[in-house]
Design a protein around this ligand. Structure first.
Ligand code: NAD
Length: 323
């Protein structure tokens, strides 16, 4: 019987799909509210034909080696796959898949929720009101920033970046600027968008900058101290991609010193740890990596990850092969 190791509990529909195929499905239930430990990963992968992994799992060469000779596929329950040693998998002929597309809408909506929350100072105002500080309407009480018709810079115009731009254009008549190694003239026509050749040329023009690139060596600390200083002092940074793309200590300093006006983040450089200075700042809005966290989206991710495993274990090419 083929064995599938699921590193942490996921929505039941994915588990059912795998069981219905007659596979032995071992779910690491101990890791419901925490990351799986290395020991759990090492013991679970032993004799497994497939691993369904979560972005909190660092699947390195050592773990893959323990999975040999049975292990054929690692199906990541995420669109990003920076938690996996892709080169190591390739060297061992282990296929890797992800779950692109099904979470685009949820992440784009969350990105926009963060953008509005930081511009309108929602968490700060909520805290203020609950603390009993609201004594009278005031002409200058907790003033926020307008969003309509402002310049939005998209860094990485892929699936999620394009969807964020669509909301911004259709809902708020924002002016879209974007940078990406691959320009998209069709998108430019539809959304009256402007392509900017480099991030350095993009940053000074934007009132809001939203990051949507994958984490790779070339994008680590893409936003650093120097680039934060290229942004307008009135600008906001939104990051729902991956934490290490932003130098978090440099960002905390920039927010404290007024280099930029505010930031809203769903991902963190050393998550689950969050920079202590950042946590103290009212001009930082923080959510704990929940951008894809809707019931519908998480169920679709489970379905896609399970489908990728089924394809491979039944000898076909999976739909979402990343290598
Ligand atoms: P995608 O592959 O469709 O888009 C990524 C885009 O970035 C591509 O167009 C690519 O050309 C571009 N790009 C790459 N390097 C670049 C660079 N240096 N400068 C500018 N652009 C660059 O991916 P997607 O589905 O839109 O997802 C984007 C990222 O969002 C994922 O890699 C993932 O890490 C992250 N994500 C986060 C969450 C969350 O829960 N917060 C959920 C889903 C995805």
């Amino acid at each position: 019987m083929k064995k599938v190791f699921v590193t942490r509990p996921i929505p039941e529909n994915g588990i059912k799909m795998l069981k219905d195929k007659g596979f032995e499905v071992v779910v690491n239930d101990a890791a419901k509210d925490r990351a799986a430990t290395k020991e759990e990963l090492l013991s679970g992968v032993k004799g497994a034909d497939a691993v369904l992994s979560i972005l909190t799992d660092k699947i390195d060469a050592e773990i893959m080696e323990v999975g040999l000779p049975t292990l054929k596929i690692i199906a990541n329950y995420a669109v990003g796959y920076d938690n996996l040693d892709i080169k190591g998998a390739k060297e061992r002929n282990i296929l890797v898949t992800n779950t692109p597309g099904v979470l685009t809408e949820a992440v784009a909506e969350h990105t926009f929720a963060l953008l509005l929350a930081v511009a309108k100072r929602i968490p700060e105002a909520d805290k203020f009101a609950r603390a009993g500080n609201y004594h009278a309407w005031g002409p200058e009480l907790l003033l926020g920033t307008d969003v309509a018709e402002k310049n939005l810079g998209i860094v990485g115009l892929g699936r999620i970046g394009s969807e964020v731009a669509r909301h911004a254009y259709n809902g708020f008549n924002m002016k879209i600027l974007y940078t990406d190694p691959k320009p998209n003239p069709e998108f430019e026509k539809t959304f009256n968008a402007t392509y900017v050749d480099t991030i350095d040329n993009l940053l000074p023009q934007c009132d809001f900058v939203s990051i949507h690139v994958p984490l790779m060596d070339s994008t680590r600390h893409l936003i650093n101290d120097e680039r934060l200083h290229k942004m307008k002092p009135t600008a906001y940074l939104i990051n729902t991609s991956r934490g290490p793309i932003v130098d978090e200590a440099a960002l905390a300093k920039a927010l404290k010193e007024g280099t930029i006006k505010g930031a809203a983040l769903d991902v963190f450089e050393f998550e689950p740890a969050i920079n202590e200075d950042l946590k103290k700042l009212d001009n930082a809005v923080i959510t704990p990596h929940i951008a894809s966290g809707t019931m519908k989206t998480r169920a679709k991710m489970a379905e896609l990850a399970a489908a990728n495993i089924i394809e491979v274990l039944e000898g076909r090419t999976p739909a979402n092969l990343v290598q």
